[in-house]
Write a protein that binds this ligand. Structure first.
Ligand SMILES: Cc1cc2nc3c(=O)[nH]c(=O)nc-3n(C[C@H](O)[C@H](O)[C@H](O)COP(=O)(O)OP(=O)(O)OC[C@H]3O[C@@H](n4cnc5c(N)ncnc54)[C@H](O)[C@@H]3O)c2cc1C
Length: 461
């Protein structure tokens, strides 16, 4: 596609759709909006705008569409695959000023929010009402970015990814038209599901200006266990057994030996330095989760667990899980001379032990540094590679391993990305994963965005 570079007239028009102090062509602002948390390097956007409401967004898109100016939406910029980066220049529409919680309907377990709301802030506000929004990517992500990437996290095994927690969306299409889709009913069989289409579309089909979220009741009781295993494979087998038993964990995370060693060094926890499962349960009473914990202990023992530490109550859960949440930060601090690649694939749960074993073998054979820590309960594998900054060999091997792990996941019936999205980094795998249905995805893109202005260069090669 041929896109237009901004000229003075465009700049004046776009400024007029927002306000002079919510429009910038400053180098530092553009630089800040040209990097997410991945290693992808793109050109600078030509301008950044901060709309305050839907009608401003609509005007910006209508004009950009007429002029063939690329538009990339921006949440918190915490993506790991280059998802919000401007591949073709144009403008970035930053949603951080559209950050109001418009309504909370406790009796219906629902909230209406603007896309710039940060989910952690929302949960702080909801806590005293006994409610929470369940999807939990680790970073300070916005609701708009979570919807666009269909993000998930540690609690997805019980509560589903973002997609399962959205009831209604307001969307501005490429031509500026505003549509509202979905209902406030908890289920529907009514027509095509545009919510599912938009969720995970990475801002390539439309931009989200309001979302009605499905909230959950905060559980009465929490419990957590940290369980060590002789091998990653035996831990993977325990994951399979726990899921098969129907125990319904609220988190089921697998950490390899290297992660545990880091946790011990940083927290003084003194865990056995073996592959380890972090498990969490939510339930209505202490006796209920006590029983669930006992069954978990037996299932882990049957997969040869070596050590089982459990705690009941929110404080105990927080103590055991706080190290899990800080792990990413610990890895970065431990390798100050390195850059990182967060690999992300997912497979059917029965194939989980196989993909883990394959990934571990590849890392050992390649002689590179990588930590395995995964949302194991939903078959989601993460490898965090650390490669020396200027070492081409490190990065060649890391990229080769990453490609082989992704292809293996697809061959096992899985996906190139469990939660980080396609962005730039996973485009090359789309044909392998989707076959000829990719053609229909392209047709959908052409229908929604015939001029290709919305986040060009993402999802499709
Ligand atoms: C330390 C760390 C841990 C992470 N852990 C996880 C994890 O456990 N699970 C997980 O899923 N992710 C994880 N991530 C990745 C990232 O946090 C998520 O993908 C997150 O949802 C991105 O949200 P954001 O607000 O930063 O969006 P951005 O990165 O700004 O944008 C993401 C995408 O959304 C689009 N977009 C933004 N706003 C809108 C809008 N209003 N309408 C339409 N499109 C829009 C952008 O164009 C882009 O394509 C992690 C990242 C970091 C740095």
């Amino acid at each position: 596609m041929d896109y237009k570079r901004l000229d003075n007239h465009d700049i004046e028009m776009l400024k007029g759709f927002t306000a002079p102090d919510r429009f910038s062509t400053g180098e530092s602002v553009k630089t800040l909006h040209s990097k997410d948390q991945s290693r992808h390097v793109c050109m600078l956007p030509e301008a950044v705008l901060w709309p305050l409401n839907e009608s401003e967004v609509s005007n910006i898109l209508k004009y950009s569409n007429e002029q063939r100016i690329p538009v990339t939406a921006w949440g918190a910029g915490s993506s790991l695959e280059g998802n919000p980066l401007s591949v073709c220049g144009g403008i970035v529409v930053d949603f951080t000023m559209m950050n109001r919680v418009l309504d909370v309907r406790e009796e219906d377990f629902q909230a209406d929010v603007e896309p710039g709301v940060i989910y952690k802030e929302l949960n702080k506000r909801l806590r005293h009402k006994g409610l929470f929004f369940a999807p939990d990517p680790g970073a300070d992500a916005t609701i708009g970015g979570m919807i666009a990437n269909n993000s998930s996290g540690t609690r997805t095994v019980k509560y589903g990814a973002t997609r399962a927690n959205i009831l209604k969306l307001s969307i501005v299409l490429a031509n500026g038209e505003i549509i509202r889709t979905g209902t406030r009913a908890s289920k529907t069989s009514s027509g095509y599901d545009l919510i599912n289409l938009i969720t995970g579309s990475e801002g390539t089909l439309g931009v989200v200006t309001c979302a009605t979220l499905r909230l959950r009741g905060l559980p009465a009781e929490f419990s957590a266990a940290v369980v060590s295993f002789p091998s990653v494979e035996s831990a993977g087998k325990a994951v399979f057994e726990i899921i098969r038993s129907g125990l319904d964990p609220a988190a089921l995370e697998l950490l390899d030996r290297g992660c545990i060693s880091l946790i011990n060094r940083n927290t003084g926890m003194n865990l056995m330095e073996r592959p380890t499962l972090f498990i969490e349960y939510h339930g209505p009473s202490i006796s209920y989760i006590g029983e669930v914990m006992e069954v978990t202990r037996e299932l882990c023992a049957s997969s040869n667990s070596l050590d089982f530490r459990s705690g009941i109550g929110r404080d105990e859960r927080d103590k055991l899980f706080s190290s899990r949440h800080r792990l990413g930060e610990m890895i970065v601090q431990n390798h100050t001379d390195c850059l990182f690649l967060s690999a992300d694939t997912a497979v059917p749960i029965s194939a989980y032990p196989e993909i883990i074993a394959m990934a571990r073998e590849e890392v050992e054979k390649g002689g590179v540094t990588a930590y395995i820590f995964s949302h194991a309960g939903d078959g989601n594998l993460h490898l965090k590679f650390a490669g020396r900054k200027d070492n081409r060999d490190d990065w060649r091997v890391i990229n080769e391993i990453n490609n082989r792990v992704v292809s293996k996941a697809i061959s096992l019936g899985g996906t190139a990305t469990g939660e980080h999205g396609v962005g730039i980094g996973k485009r090359a795998f789309m044909a392998e994963e989707h076959g000829n249905s990719l053609i229909w995805m392209k047709k959908i893109k052409e229908l929604f965005d015939p001029n290709g202005i919305l986040n060009p260069g993402k999802i499709f090669l």
